[in-house]
Design a protein around this ligand. Structure first.
Ligand code: OMP
Length: 224
């Protein structure tokens, strides 16, 4: 569909490209698909970049997230994302909210349990990097359920807008997650927005990437 980019969304795409987080080339995804682009949130790796990243997540949350009581960052990559988002919500949106994350190894002594930070209770907003096939997020839903809380929604940086593993299901993995758990998944930007951004660039190189992404989207993407 036609992607209408807000200024902060264009700024986010530029920021991700400059930081080397959004890259173009040949990548093999967790799902096994060969993708012409990859978003590696682990490459936001300075204090300044992380602070800025948190402001983009907070902005998307302030504009579009459902009501929630606690932020949750799934180990490992979601941990700094939830932390910087919590800081940005407090600093820039006057919302000082609890946040939590899980450890992957359950602790048998000391404080016990595998949730660190705030108690997981009430409505939980999950902060994560990317949802492609939805495998990672299903595990997170199990954690929240086990804690006796309920998921209010998910916020990710990029919605890749591709189908899940089942060839007979025309919905995107994100649409399947939304339907399965009855909660919204919001993203700072979508693949359509990245494409719109690349197409408006003057340089042949970025426009060439757009062509490869269109071909990939024709094969694995959801039909607009
Ligand atoms: P699913 O579990 O298939 O939804 O894939 C999500 C995970 O894939 C992310 O948490 C990443 O570990 C990884 N990933 C990225 O980080 N960026 C991408 O652009 C694509 C993937 C991926 O492998 O699909």
């Amino acid at each position: 569909g036609a992607a209408c980019l807000q200024p902060y969304q264009r700024q986010f795409i530029e920021f991700a490209i400059v930081q080397g987080v959004l890259r173009f080339g040949e990548f093999t995804l967790k799902s096994g698909r060969a993708s012409p682009y990859f978003f590696n949130a682990g490459l936001f790796r300075t204090g300044g970049a992380l602070a800025k990243l948190g402001r983009f997540y907070a902005r998307a949350i302030a504009e579009r997230a459902p009501g929630f009581d606690v932020l949750f960052g799934p180990a490992y990559k979601g941990i700094p994302l939830a932390a910087t988002t919590a800081v940005a919500l407090a600093d820039h949106h006057d919302r000082d909210l609890p946040y939590a994350f899980n450890r992957k190894e359950a602790k048998a002594h000391g404080e016990g349990g595998n949730i660190v930070g705030a108690t997981l209770e009430g409505r939980v907003l999950i902060v994560d990097d990317v949802i492609t096939a939805g495998t990672a997020i299903r595990e997170v839903m199990g954690l929240i359920e086990a804690a006796g809380a309920r998921a209010a929604g998910v916020v990710v940086a990029l919605d890749r807008q591709e189908r899940g593993g089942d060839d007979n299901d025309p919905r995107s993995a994100i649409q399947q997650v939304e339907a399965a758990y009855g909660m919204p998944v919001i993203s700072i930007v979508t693949l359509d927005m990245v494409l719109a951004y690349l197409e408006e660039q003057a340089g042949d190189e970025l426009r060439g990437h757009a062509e490869a992404i269109r071909a990939y989207r024709d094969r694995y993407g959801v039909t607009p």
